[in-house]
Write a protein that binds this ligand. Structure first.
Ligand code: DSN
Length: 413
């Protein structure tokens, strides 16, 4: 028997309803999360999930591809237009497999790569010793300075010394704009491949608020579900000379059949990002992040690099009497979702670090503005100051819920 409605699976249906309430009644401040549109969700939950389509448009291993080819080609063309890319592969399942495909395409095992150290704001796939990237390649990590700013002089010195084959410029917890030309110049000076992982800021780049590395980097990868506000997935963009190698690494190198419903969702989110109001959205994300950063500083919080140029804020809690884990738990109790995070030169452990990472993409999608960020900073301050006072936390939770109910949840009826 096949169910005709999700309600026939009570257990999952009820949890989905509960998650809808959680998302509706709380403030989402995890910088890598967002709310997709109803149109993106419609594509993701469509009959395209029934299809297998190994290969690429015009070169598939199964029949019945007339519509699938058209959808994939549209996704590719829209991404090219959005980022000014020469070649785009829209099939990667997500960011980690996409980064793995880039390495698999362009490197031999044992080659030297450089990436930002994870606890300084990099990513597991940028060379963490216990990950595939760290086990397969010789990794020379670069770091941030004690003030939290990226140490570009160190990047240059390490590149000269170790002559990497590829330099990853990618960031998951770095609040500042990136000097892409300097990365490119350093890579050129040692003949390295310049690879940007723009997963966090792609929406701000597509929305023309931050500089775009795509025209002059060799390879650029982005996920599509963060500031891009699309389905969970990724794309790889590259210069034409790498196109064949990248495509072969994605399929058949690492993946089988692409997720066609997700590719349709990517096409839809690119169409949304090509509309002029996406630029207003991207601008508002940054205005909100700056407003939230200023308000937090007024409450006495120390921020890594003392502020932000992007959607992301990293609070250094070492001057407050609370750890990142305790802060995350206290915020969960009031309906504010954020994540504990390491800070550069972390004195504690990744499971209970000294930082708290916040971001404004999701709150901005719901329509929150600068004045709302002041309120949110106030609730964050109160929740952390009263982390052991269950009754006070309950009161704040009520205020947060009343506030959130004024902002509809996109994509949900
Ligand atoms: N998990 C993502 C983030 O939160 O930044 C990175 O993959």
């Amino acid at each position: 028997m096949q169910f005709t409605s999700l309600q026939q699976d009570n257990e999952i249906y009820n949890l989905l309803q509960a998650e809808t309430s959680r998302q509706r009644e709380g403030i989402e401040l995890i910088p890598s999360e967002n709310y997709t549109s109803g149109a993106v969700m419609e594509a993701m939950g469509s009959i395209l999930t029934n299809k297998y389509s190994e290969g690429y448009p015009g070169k598939r291993y199964y029949g019945g591809q007339v519509n699938i080819d058209a959808i994939e080609n549209i996704a590719i063309e829209r991404a090219k237009k959005l980022f000014g890319a020469e070649h785009v592969n829209v099939q990667p399942y997500s960011g980690s497999p996409a980064n793995t495909a880039v390495y698999f395409a362009l490197l031999n095992y044992g080659d030297t790569i450089m990436g930002l150290k994870l606890d300084h704001g990099g990513h597991i796939t940028h060379g963490l010793p216990i990950s595939f990237s760290g086990k397969s390649y010789k990794v020379i990590p670069y770091t941030c300075k004690p003030d939290g700013w990226l140490d570009m002089d160190e990047v240059e010195r390490l590149a000269r010394e170790h002559k990497p084959k590829l330099i990853v410029a990618g960031f998951t917890a770095y609040p500042r704009a990136i000097d892409w030309p300097r990365f490119r110049a350093i890579a050129d000076s040692v003949n390295a491949i310049a690879f940007a992982d723009i997963s966090h800021t792609a929406g701000l780049i597509a929305g023309k608020q931050l500089e775009n590395p795509t025209p002059y980097f060799d390879v650029v990868m982005t996920t599509t579900h963060k500031t891009m506000r699309g389905p969970r997935g990724a794309i790889i963009m590259c210069k034409e000379k790498y196109a064949k190698t990248i495509d072969r690494a994605v399929f058949p190198g690492l993946q089988g059949g692409p997720h066609d419903s997700i590719i349709a969702g990517k096409a839809v989110c690119f169409a949304e990002a090509l509309l002029p109001d996406f630029q207003d959205y991207a601008k508002q994300i940054i205005l909100n992040a700056k407003a939230l950063a200023d308000a937090l500083k007024n409450h006495g919080f120390k921020l890594v690099t003392d502020g932000t140029d992007t959607h992301l804020i990293l609070i250094d809690l070492t001057t407050k009497n609370i750890t990142g884990k305790e802060a995350q738990t206290a915020l969960d109790a009031v309906g504010i979702t954020a994540n504990k995070n390491t800070i550069p030169h972390e004195p504690r452990s990744p499971m209970d670090p000294s930082g708290l990472r916040l971001g404004t993409p999701a709150a901005t999608t719901r329509g929150m503005k600068e004045a709302d960020m002041q309120k949110i900073a106030g609730w964050i301050n109160d929740a952390l100051a009263n982390k052991n006072d269950a009754s006070k936390l309950q009161t704040i939770k009520g205020e947060v819920k009343n506030f959130c109910l004024q902002f509809p949840l996109p994509g949900v009826k």
